[in-house]
Structure formats: structure tokens, C-alpha cells
Design a protein around this ligand. Structure first.
Ligand SMILES: *Cc1c(COP(=O)(O)O)cnc(C)c1O
Length: 428
């Protein structure tokens, strides 16, 4: 990688060499205030719409209209087996074996289903370790799970917080906390990438540390799936779930993925909430008493597949695969984010105006940079919006910028840098 330069020519040369440049045209890009395509840096919140999504849904409308209930069995839809068509690509996405993944429901629902099985507090081992300031849904999920077991959230939930003066967590501090909790620690549940700071955690090291004290270890991969290269199986992670509408471009409220390590594949004794779609398919339709789970993650399914969100997800996953999978996406992502990082750091601003709180090392972050704006944050966000740059605002004062490799260009990032320079000049 040559040294970065702030010019449009430099960005154009990177775009010309980018093997993924053609994928931008495969997405609908919302227009900015001047009618031209916006610079969309918000794929960490809602990924853009693949142009193939509409036809994918249209296909299922067609089957419904022409086949009715027979669409469950007949080509091309075969709704009975629809979710299975997502398994292989999902397994590659997160570095798992096909038996370890299933696509179903929504993220918070899946987090609950997994916690029912993997957070099994006892009188002595009942603590949960999570990030302080985790995404609110995760906080609420954990709080309610703890209460479900008759425990008090204040006593059972332990939150990791950065050292004074720091914004992100050090792996050594996470490991030390796990050791300190020792035999009282039931479960570790962290984001793969923290939604606020953009910090990517060392999931292998955290899993090792958790297992060493006898805890189960899971990750909410909402900001990691489609963003990082993941190796859940090799990292020995126990369980994980992710949403598909952020970096995976599968539409608002889209479906979710679940991972459960192979070692639990044939553990019908594991307590779980059950439904007919997780039941042994050989006699699912016999409508008999007595739940017998399917092997693997599929045994956590409750309901028959949500065809419409899954149709979009299938189309979106096909783009990831066509692009060469996460290794190819991550290569470009590191360059894009590195370029944005460079442009932000060269802004000439009065000391203390803004600060990048996302770690500087590429291995400790995904695509997103979180900028803590000490003064005039909301005004900067609005300024960017008027320039057609769609970022994301998090109270009280963080702007999240997430260039994504499938549809953002180096020119997008260069123009964002130029807009920030304009703002910096007027801010003085
Ligand atoms: C986006 C996100 C969610 C959203 O949950 P849904 O159930 O999909 O609404 C939850 N947790 C984290 C960490 C997220 O980033």
C-alpha cells in the first residue's frame, strides 16, 4: 500500500485498481440534497439495497400467487427448505461448519434463545460479563434473562469499562476481569465489534480466557458479521448471533443468523425454548408429543421460515460470495477505513475539537470510525448531511462513519475528507 494522499486523483487511482469497484452499481444509492448519489457512510446502521433484492422478493410473490400452499414444496421456491439455502453461505461468512449455523427470527430474539441455553446460572456460578454501555437491546436482554433466573441485575451483571482516560477496552483487562470472576462467571457476552466505539474484540483470546474459568462465551456479531473475517469455529466460540440489515444489506428488520458450536450439535438435553421447526424433520408433520431437536443450530428454530426477508438475505449474501467473500471485502475495508483515518488525522483543528475513539490498529477495528466531537458535534453532522454525506449520530456526541467495501469508493472517502476540511476552515 502506497502512502495515502488527500487528492481526488489519488482516490481515483485507488478506485481504478479496486477489484470490487463494479459492485457499487449493484446497489441503489439514495440521492443527496443536490440530486446526485449521496456519500453513504451508514452501512453499519442500515446497509443499502441490492438491486437484486426486488426480483428476489418478486419471485416469492409470484410463487405465492401461482402456487399457493404448494409453494412450500414446488420449485422454484420450496419454502419448506428455504432457510437451508442460506446455511452454506452463512457458515462461510462467520467461519463455521454448516451444522453450526441457521438463519431465523431477529437478532434480539435469537440472543434470548441462545442465552436460555448458554446462560445457566447456579448458586455459585451466576455472573455475566458484558461491555459497559452495550447496545441497549443487549442490556435489556441480559437484564431480563438475569431476572428470569430470580437474580438481581446489579449483582449478576458485571460491566467492563475502559481505564480512566481511555475509550476502548484492553484485551489484557478483559482477560484479567474474567480471571478475577473465576468460578463465579457463568457467561461472557460481548459484541464482536462495539457499536459505539467501533472496537473489534479479540474473540479468540476472550473465548480462551472464558473457557479457562469454566464460563460459556458468546458474541453479538451485529457489527461484525459482513464487516470482519470471522473464524467462530476455530476460535472455539460457544454461541453467537447477528443481524443481516447492517453490513449484510438484507433490508430493514431483516432476518438474523445464529451460530452454535458443533460440540453442542447433539445435546438434546440442553435446555432450550422449542418450536416445531427445530424438531426432528423426519416426524415434524406427525404432530406428535415430545420435542426432539434437530442436530446443530437448526435445533434452535421455532417457526417456519420468513420467506420474504430471507429472499432478500439470499440475494444479499450472493453478492458477498460473488465479491470473493469476507477476505476480499476485508482487504478493501482496511484500505478504505485507513484512508478515512488518514484524512481525519490531517485536519487542522484547534486541539480538543475532535478525537477518533476507534482503535488505530486495523486488527482492532472493522470498517467504522467513531469520532468524538467535543464541540459542535451536531452542527458538524448537519453540515455533512448538507454536503450529501450520510453519517450516523449517536448521543451525546459521537459521529460514526462507516465506509463499506461493497458500495463505497475511495472517492466517497476523499470527498468526505474534503468536506471535513471545509468545515475545519470555517470552524476556526
Ligand atoms: C443493531 C443491533 C441490535 C438490534 O437488534 P434487533 O433485534 O435487530 O432490533 C442489537 N444489538 C446490537 C449490538 C446491535 O448493534
Amino acid at each position: 500500500m502506497t502512502a495515502y494522499q488527500p487528492t481526488p486523483e489519488f482516490a481515483a487511482s485507488l478506485d481504478a485498481q479496486d477489484p470490487l469497484r463494479g459492485f457499487r452499481d449493484r446497489f441503489h444509492i439514495p440521492a443527496g440534497p443536490d440530486g446526485r448519489p449521496s456519500i453513504y457512510l451508514c452501512g453499519n446502521s442500515l446497509g443499502l439495497m441490492p438491486k437484486t433484492a426486488r426480483a428476489a422478493v418478486e419471485q416469492e410473490f409470484h410463487s405465492w400467487a401461482t402456487l399457493g400452499v404448494e409453494g412450500h414444496f414446488e420449485d422454484p421456491s420450496q419454502w419448506m427448505h428455504y432457510h437451508e439455502t442460506l446455511t452454506e453461505a452463512s457458515a462461510r461468512l462467520v467461519g463455521a461448519k454448516p451444522v453450526e449455523v441457521v438463519v431465523m427470527n431477529n437478532l434480539t430474539t435469537n440472543l434470548h434463545l441462545l442465552l436460555v441455553s448458554f446462560y445457566r446460572p447456579t448458586v455459585t456460578r451466576y455472573k455475566v460479563l458484558m461491555e459497559g454501555g452495550a447496545f441497549p437491546s443487549d442490556q435489556y436482554a441480559l437484564e431480563s434473562q438475569v431476572r428470569l433466573h430470580g437474580l438481581a441485575p446489579d449483582e449478576a451483571i458485571v460491566e467492563l469499562v475502559p481505564r480512566p482516560g481511555e475509550h476502548t477496552l484492553r484485551t489484557e483487562d478483559i482477560e484479567a476481569k474474567i480471571q478475577e470472576l473465576g468460578a463465579s462467571l457463568a457467561t461472557v457476552i460481548l459484541g464482536g465489534v462495539n457499536y459505539y466505539t467501533g472496537q473489534a474484540f479479540d474473540m479468540a483470546a476472550i473465548t480462551r480466557a472464558g473457557h479457562a474459568v469454566g464460563a460459556t462465551v458468546g458474541f453479538d456479531l451485529a457489527h461484525a458479521a459482513g464487516n470482519l473475517e470471522l473464524h467462530l469455529h476455530d476460535w472455539d466460540v460457544d454461541f453467537a448471533c447477528w443481524c443481516t440489515y447492517k453490513y449484510l444489506n438484507s433490508g430493514p428488520g431483516g432476518t438474523s443468523g445464529v451460530y452454535v458450536h458443533e460440540r453442542f450439535a447433539n445435546r438434546p438435553d440442553l435446555p432450550r425454548l422449542a418450536g416445531w421447526w427445530g424438531h426432528d424433520p423426519t416426524d415434524r408433520f406427525q404432530m406428535k408429543k415430545g420435542f426432539r431437536p434437530m442436530p446443530g443450530a437448526a435445533g434452535w428454530q421455532l417457526s417456519n421460515a420468513q420467506i420474504f426477508p430471507m429472499a432478500i438475505h439470499r440475494a444479499a449474501l450472493a453478492l458477498v460470495e460473488e465479491a470473493g467473500g469476507m477476505a476480499a471485502l476485508r482487504r478493501k475495508s482496511e484500505q478504505l477505513t485507513g484512508y478515512l483515518d488518514y484524512l481525519l488525522r490531517r485536519l487542522e483543528l484547534p486541539a480538543g475539537t475532535l478525537e477518533i475513539i476507534t482503535p488505530a490498529e486495523p486488527a482492532a477495528r472493522g470498517g467504522q470510525l467513531s469520532v468524538l466531537v467535543h464541540r459542535g458535534g451536531r452542527a458538524l453532522f448537519d453540515f455533512l448531511a448538507r454536503q450529501g454525506i450520510i453519517a450516523d449520530w449517536r448521543e451525546p456526541n459521537v459521529i460514526r462513519l462507516a465506509p463499506v467495501p461493497l458500495y463505497n469508493s475511495f472517492a466517497d472517502v476523499q470527498q468526505t475528507g474534503a468536506a471535513l476540511e471545509k468545515w475545519a476552515a470555517q470552524a476556526e
